[in-house]
Ligand binder design. Structure first.
Ligand code: CUK
Ligand code: CUA
Length: 656
């Protein structure tokens, strides 16, 4: 189906396109023709319902992990049903299970800026072995207060958060290499970097000379996944947007789109986007690691937090790091090159063979496809077009395979199906465009509703895509669902890409706000899922493993520790006395259950806190301050058995 906007596109002058990108006017203009039930039913295949129907009691074929954007979480949906399975809190406090509220988990959210219980999470990336997703971990970025987190897919729990120093806007992040050697994270904003550790108080006029971006190389422990910031590359001051790793022949390389190459850092609006071209930065990460290992790295003062959850005690601990190693590109020949790219490029995506690098320029009318083998030849034959800040710029024609002409308006991101096709999201013309990698020819297009950002094919960024489904994550929802006031559910759409023609299968609303997603066949994750924590292995210092061991003990003047247990259908102790006004009470609750899916909750009246949800075999702590004399009830919040309501008790607070 051709949309009216698409018919128009040849006549849209560049200035109008820029306006449209800035204001979304073109979208508004076209939403009437595309939107509503008419447009929607037209593009839905007749057997769509069967294709997405997962019968009661049956499991979905795939897990998908959608970023939460400004909710700071990851949400897990089954595909093809689009059913929400779980929300995993990462950078945001989550009252539902006490993440970021319980004494055990608070330290996960420590940063050099203090306790930051929120972030803007854009890019989930699954860990990979031999270039394929391995179902072990999910890495995600915190965009606002630069952080990278690791979620363990055995427990679907955030187990580690690493703050990134010398960074602002950790957007092109995180990118695991093909065997989880490194997770790579690049800054969006350049910031003033004084290698000796200055105050950071630098005139904005000095953007050109003194601002730099950083690309961080976080080493991953191959066995346990633990992160360790190995070194950074400090790159000249233009802004890094997105990255993607090579594979196969290009497996040693990682590619970044950059913008603001004119260094319009004085924040004048006219500054950015004047250059006709920006750059794609190609970095040989293996060579960088070698340089760092062989002593090319220098060291500078830094201040950043590394927070980790202990597997057995379930207590998070923060370590404060004081130094970071760095490389300068000028010291490291052969490590970094620039490829001219259409201005203000956004996505960079490498095809499954590792030969083609696809750059989507939001403002460009074509999609350039670069060739990795040509890039290597150009480096060898020194086909340079000068240099930028000491980094060689390769000749455009020397590295270009070709361009996809007039693919649509506002290309943003590309994924691959492993069958020689690429799929690019078109933000302005609100469509997914399918094109042949070899011939660079558009072969199909499907409208999406509306203004698509990222799209995702399971494994579509790896060596081996699962080219059956595509998920479109759209920025604007408008009339797709029943109205819910000024803010609507977010719009994701599932598209069947198994045949020649794309087929729309399903709208599935999501919680805020998916930027990117990953998906993986359920078989790679489900069999390893943890059912409960072993009570024997619980090393929490305040755990009690049988009811006989519970205690209420005063510690010093104003602190009382209540070590208690929960098991169907009672809490022990259930009547607590001896608390005085002004006491701080720690309720250490151990869930004695050794069974799947039997958490108990704990909430107490007047707590300036959330509840805490204790998984079977684990211990969690709620802190409570006794402010006034009286009797305060507490109870289990998770309906756990017929006698759930009976899981309750009182705490009495007496005058001092
Ligand atoms: S993104 Cu972060 S602005 Cu295109 Cu990956 Cu949405
Ligand atoms: Cu335990 Cu309800």
């Amino acid at each position: 189906m051709e949309t009216s906007i698409f018919k128009l596109k040849k006549f849209v002058p560049k200035a109008a396109l820029l306006m449209a990108l800035a204001t979304g006017t073109m979208l508004q203009g076209c939403s009437k023709t595309e939107g509503g039930s008419a447009g929607a039913t037209d593009s839905v295949s007749s057997d769509a319902a069967t294709a997405v129907y997962v019968a009661p009691g049956k499991h979905d074929e795939l897990y998908s992990f959608l970023s939460g954007g400004f909710n700071g979480q990851v949400s897990v949906y089954g595909l093809p049903s689009g059913r929400l399975l779980k929300i995993i809190p990462v950078f945001s406090q989550f009252p539902e299970n006490g993440y970021g509220y319980s004494e055990e988990s608070k330290a996960m959210l420590n940063t050099s800026h203090g306790f930051i219980p929120w972030d803007d999470l854009h890019h989930p990336k699954l860990s990979r072995t031999d270039g394929q997703t391995d179902g072990r971990w999910l890495f995600v970025n915190g965009n606002n207060t630069p952080r990278v987190a690791r979620v363990d897919l055995k427990t679907f729990e955030t187990v580690e958060i690493m703050e990134i120093p010398n960074s602002a806007g950790n957007h092109c992040s995180p990118y695991p290499t093909n065997n989880n050697e490194y997770v790579i994270a690049g800054t969006r904003f350049s910031v003033p970097l004084d290698m000796k550790g200055g105050t950071g108080d630098v005139s904005l006029e000095k953007y050109g000379e003194e601002f730099r971006g950083s690309i961080s190389f976080i080493k991953i422990d191959p066995e346990h996944g633990d992160m360790d910031l190995d070194f950074q590359i400090l790159v000249p001051g233009f802004d890094y947007d997105l990255a993607n790793g090579g594979k196969g022949p290009s497996g040693d390389w990682v590619f970044f789109t950059t913008y603001n190459s004119e260094k319009a850092g004085t924040l004048k609006e006219v500054g950015a986007s004047q250059n006709d071209k920006d750059y794609l930065a190609a970095i040989n990460w293996k060579l960088a690691a070698k340089y760092a290992k062989e002593g090319k790295a220098r060291e500078m003062p830094a201040n950043y937090y590394h927070n980790k959850l202990d597997e057995n005690s379930h207590i998070a601990k923060s370590t404060i790091k004081k130094k970071v190693r760095y490389l300068l590109p000028e010291d490291c020949p052969g490590m970094m090159y620039l490829l001219p790219a259409p201005k203000s490029p956004h996505g960079i995506d490498v095809d499954p063979s590792g030969e083609f690098m696809v750059v989507s320029g939001k403002l460009a009318s074509a999609i350039p496809v670069f060739s990795f083998s040509k890039m290597q030849a150009a480096i060898k034959n020194k086909q340079f077009d000068g240099e930028k800040n000491g980094i060689p710029v390769l000749k455009y024609e020397a590295v270009l395979k070709g361009e996809v002409k007039e693919p649509g308006l506002g290309p943003l991101h590309t994924e691959f199906d492993g069958k020689g096709n690429a799929y690019t999201s078109m933000f302005v013309s609100s469509e997914v465009v399918k094109w042949k990698l070899n011939e660079l020819k558009v072969v199909d297009r499907i409208p999406v509703f509306y203004s698509i950002g990222h799209l995702m094919i399971p494994g579509g960024d790896t060596k081996e895509p699962y080219g059956k489904y595509l998920v479109a994550m759209n920025k604007i929802t408008k009339d797709r669902y029943l109205p819910t006031g000024p803010e609507l559910a977010h719009s994701a759409q599932l598209i069947d890409i198994s045949g020649e023609k794309m087929k729309m299968l399903l709208d599935f609303p999501t919680v805020a706000e998916p930027h990117y997603a990953q998906a993986i066949l359920a078989d790679k994750v489900a069999p390893k899922s943890t059912k409960f924590y072993k009570l024997d292995a619980n090393s929490h210092p305040h755990a009690v493993k049988k009811e006989a061991d519970v205690s209420v003990k005063r510690e010093g003047k104003n602190v009382v520790r209540v070590k208690m247990t929960a098991i169907r259908s009672h809490m022990t102790p259930d009547n607590i006395e001896g608390i005085q006004v002004g006491d701080t009470v720690y309720f250490h609750v151990t869930n004695l259950e050794q069974d799947w899916d039997v958490p108990h909750g704990f909430a107490i009246m007047g707590a300036n806190n959330a509840e805490t949800l204790i998984m079977p075999g684990a211990t969690q702590t709620l802190k409570w301050v006794a402010k006034k004399t009286g009797v305060y009830p507490f109870y289990c919040t998770d309906f756990c058995s017929a006698l759930h309501q009976e899981m309750q008790g009182y705490i009495r607070v007496s005058p001092k």
